[in-house]
Ligand binder design. Sequence first.
Ligand SMILES: [Zn+2]
Ligand SMILES: [Zn+2]
Length: 265
Amino acid sequence: MSKKADITHDLHIHSILSDCCHDEEMTPERLLANAIEQGYDTICITDHVWDARVPGASDWYAPQTVEYIMKSLPLPSADGIRFCFGCETEYCGGNKLGLDKSSFDSFDFIIVPVNHFHMLDFIRPSSVNTPEAVANLLLTRLEELQQIDLPWKKVGIAHLTTKLTFKEGNIKDVIECVSRQRLLKIFDFFARNGTGIELNASSFAPDWQKDKDILLSVYRLAKEAGCKFYFGSDAHSVSQLFIKDKLLPVVDELDLSMDDLYSIP
Ligand SMILES: [Zn+2]
Ligand SMILES: [Zn+2]
């Protein structure tokens, strides 16, 4: 039997270049120093991005272009740590991805969220406002996304159980409405294509244990389908970079071994 999974990486981190990050200390140098402290083998910087080649950016996304987030390059280095250059783009539905095909090669890792549903009338139509309708939209967006020709082995599916999915309600009510059959089929695709499924530290803090069975049911299904998982702090400040206390209980609950972990190709 393979060894219990350890938190040896953080593949979802925002730097000060992300518009929602207000911590000046979130520089590549600081992220690397933290990785050394934590004993990680891999970290990935994933600033929000909207490709200038793709029309239809929201006002918030428009300045956060590929060229803009490339200001982090070249990344600093240290022995024994792989520091990857990634991004967190956006999927809006209707085949609209915030990253053009011609930019895929610029990144080691591409995080795709489908449930930034707090961005009303950009990502979620405001008419979609019940747990049932939000659950259906979540599944539909994941199914649609799979029709896009993405470099799936270096794609991560962000925070499937984030509170942002249904900010005015409770994510737990949404998950209770999710069709297990549709979700299993979705995970089957990700498993076959080597896509990473994210365990997002921010989604598990601080009161997740009271809804633990329902929240974890999503990841249990992913595991059943054979998906691989990665850890992400989704940190926007230095204090959010410390994820072991938050994610080790999740690793235990899901009984993840090193074999269940995704790694960037
Ligand atoms: Zn996100
Ligand atoms: Zn993020």
